[in-house]
Design a protein around this ligand. Sequence first.
Ligand code: PLP
Length: 379
Amino acid sequence: MAEPIQLFVPTFRIEETLEQIRECLEKGWTGLGYKTLDLEQAWRDYTDLPHAYFLDSATSGLHLAVRLLKESDGWQDGDEVITTPLTFVSTNHAILYEGLTPVFADVDEYLCLSPQSVLERITPRTRAVMFVGMGGSAGRLEEVAQICRQKGLRLILDAAHMTGTRLHGKHVGAEADVSVFSFQAVKNMPTADSGMICFRDPKLDEEVRKWAWLGINKDTYSRTLGQGAYKWMYDVEHLGFKYHGNSIMAAMGLVSIKYVDQDNAYRRQLASWYDNLFAGDDLIATIPQPPDCESSRHLYQVMVDNRDEVVLALNAQQIYPGVHYMSNARYRMYAGNHDCPRATKASDMLISLPMHMRLSYSDVGRIADALRKATSMSQ
Ligand SMILES: *Cc1c(COP(=O)(O)O)cnc(C)c1O
């Protein structure tokens, strides 16, 4: 029997990671500060983004992004955020957490928000657009950013898949008012669970440090460094959350970030093997990549008819693909939102094929063969 092939398997540089974690344990510092500061600096160096704050997850980051923009711009409950139905629910939950209304716009051929559809959804209550870089693709991010500038809307980038994605040779993120990255275990820069929030505005970067630690205005590390009898004192400015990252996760991230470009290059190699094997196959539709975008290739997606049967046929061959995503309009929480025909169709047809560092050329061949057999049988 052939070996099972999973959708995602994270690769950790184990000895190097343990060495980083050991430093935290020896120092007796596993929390906020220390390695979290090192990772923020490494992230700014890596992306060239001006600000970065390390969090316990991208879900927390998306919530904080919406919260801080709402606070700073004085948005009212019920104000609207244009977003995609084709995403992980974190994206849209972040809008609901803050009492705002998610308004679904449709996707384009890149499976990212369509600028035309965004324009059609703008109303006097629209305050922001939430853009998801599907699988690492930047889609038409720049056009959406242009619309936001013209219409006075904020742009939030859910960059959970986009570590290492470069547009015109520059790391993505600066296009938006705030970008949120995920370092969850199966994302392309794995820790166990963590994320990074990058605001454009230095004032919001300063604010988010308080909001992520219960609204407390001085972190433990700087208090320890501080002098004098009152170093235990702090003020509480906001009803904040406990969303900050810790030094163990940052220790893992400090190793992952060193290898992410190398790993992404291998992901692009896997993607081009898949592309070549599916070229000319009428039953397997590959997803185009936007011009001058070097994607992280967090995902390799195709669209097929009879998707559910095809997934079962692959499972019978010990191949375990995924689906990114079911249209959020299908979930009870989001029912009754706008009809988005392209997203709905994609939601019925998409398959994410295995994409990780342990796959070889022959694994890709085996997956492609099994997929071709399954699609031609279901005709
Ligand atoms: C994984 C993911 C998130 C959430 O990331 P966490 O770090 O797990 O909270 C948000 N949006 C998208 C598109 C994701 O894939």
